[in-house]
Write a protein that binds this ligand. Structure first.
Ligand SMILES: Cc1ncc(C[n+]2csc(CCOP(=O)(O)OP(=O)(O)O)c2C)c(N)n1
Ligand SMILES: [Mg+2]
Length: 363
């Protein structure tokens, strides 16, 4: 993007983005198979996390566990349009993004259970889902920590003259971290191929965003000259359409992008936190669930367009429940890591220059 553009010109809404490409923002852009795929995926994410919630309640999962329930269309809409070679990095609310990037449900569930068959050998837990092969670069527990890492990945892509794109998810509270601002500035200066996606679910742990930010989430990216956009993250059709176009632009050299995905979490911040209480009312949550559940939003659109029947929906749901049940079985069948595992994967191994890094020093 030329640097002379004004902020207003740079700011787009999902509708503008789709119109700009000449595409149809509506359902006609997709064929029946794709639309059924959207439903299949989001049902899987929902049923998977409901199983995790159940397992947590009976002590099968320990430590922190943050559910993405209510935000599924953001995971699918931003990851689905990517290619296998593209990178994804995120915060601790990371289960559904991992599934969207192609990690298997069984090993992801086993990680939550702390088992040897988990994607991080049971040593990372819920907040540290990782899949190097699938280019899913975690799962990060420190708020905002993944943002400079994403800039680093963007820099590596550019340095190697490759054409991958990196998608970096962060929460609305993470835009108040210093690391976010440094990374945005460097990304803009070096024109890095990174799409920063702020999942604006309206709250940090229990603090409404307007109580801690003088400007809107959307405005946060503008000060750095990074094009900013806002998308309805509860509507998979709108989100996917917008992201598909944006990814093409970034792959073609448009540089960093900043997208607010307007969304909402239906559960508590983590397992020990209440769904509602002093920081938001029960009525607010109920209204959002009724009007903005991404699965119901898609269902209504597909039913209205006669692209899916009730029977087909039920069959997809049954399939999703089966996959989630099998993921739990896989986790249960996997042993706990042995004591020796405490000493493996602690230090980095040989890097591509043939150097061994231990304890941060060359050896
Ligand atoms: C540097 C740092 N400060 C504080 C915390 C504690 N903490 C964990 S999650 C969280 C809120 C983050 O909210 P947001 O970025 O909006 O993400 P969401 O949980 O809504 O997905 C806080 C303050 C932390 N993990 N890291
Ligand atoms: Mg939040």
């Amino acid at each position: 993007m030329p640097k002379t553009e004004t902020q207003d010109e740079k700011k787009t809404d999902a509708n503008d983005g789709a119109e700009k490409e000449g595409g149809d923002e509506g359902i006609d852009r997709f064929d029946r198979e794709q639309l059924h795929h959207f439903m299949r995926e989001m049902l899987l994410y929902r049923r998977f996390e409901e199983k995790a919630e159940e397992a947590y309640a009976i002590g099968k999962i320990g430590g922190f566990c943050h559910l993405h329930i209510g935000q599924e269309a953001v995971a699918l809409g931003f990851i689905g349009p990517l290619q296998e070679k593209d990178y994804v990095i995120t915060a601790y609310r990371d289960h559904t993004q991992a599934l969207a990037k192609g990690l298997e449900p069984g090993p992801v569930m086993a990680e939550l259970f702390g088992r040897d068959g988990g994607v991080s050998r049971g040593k990372g837990g819920s907040m540290h889902i990782f899949g190097a092969e699938q280019r899913f670069m975690g799962g990060h527990g420190i708020v905002g920590a993944q943002v400079p890492l994403a800039a680093g990945m963007g820099w590596a892509i550019k340095y190697r003259e490759e054409d991958q794109v990196c998608v970096c998810f962060l929460g609305d509270a993470a835009v108040n971290q210093g690391a976010f601002h440094e990374a945005m500035n460097m990304s803009a200066v070096w024109e890095l191929p990174v799409i920063y996606v702020v999942e604006n679910n309206e709250y940090g742990m229990g603090t409404a965003i307007e109580r801690v930010s003088a400007v809107s989430i959307e405005e946060r990216g503008e000060g750095y000259g990074v094009p900013t956009h806002s998308v309805n993250g509860q509507d998979i059709i709108e989100t996917w359409s917008f992201v598909e176009d944006l990814v093409k632009e970034v792959r073609d050299g448009a540089g960093p992008q900043y997208v607010e995905a307007r969304t909402y979490r239906f559960k508590g911040h983590s397992m020990s936190d209440p769904v509602s209480g002093t920081y938001r009312s029960k009525d607010e949550v109920e209204e959002k669930k009724e009007k903005e559940d991404p699965i119901s939003v898609l269902r209504e659109r597909l039913f209205d367009a006669e692209i899916m029947t009730q029977d087909e929906l039920e069959a997809l749901d049954e399939e999703a429940r089966k996959v989630a049940d099998e993921a739990v079985e896989f986790a249960e069948d996997s042993p706990f890591p042995s004591e020796e595992e405490l000493y493996t994967h602690v230090y980095a191994e040989l890097n591509e220059h043939g150097r061994l890094f231990m304890d941060g020093r060359d050896r």
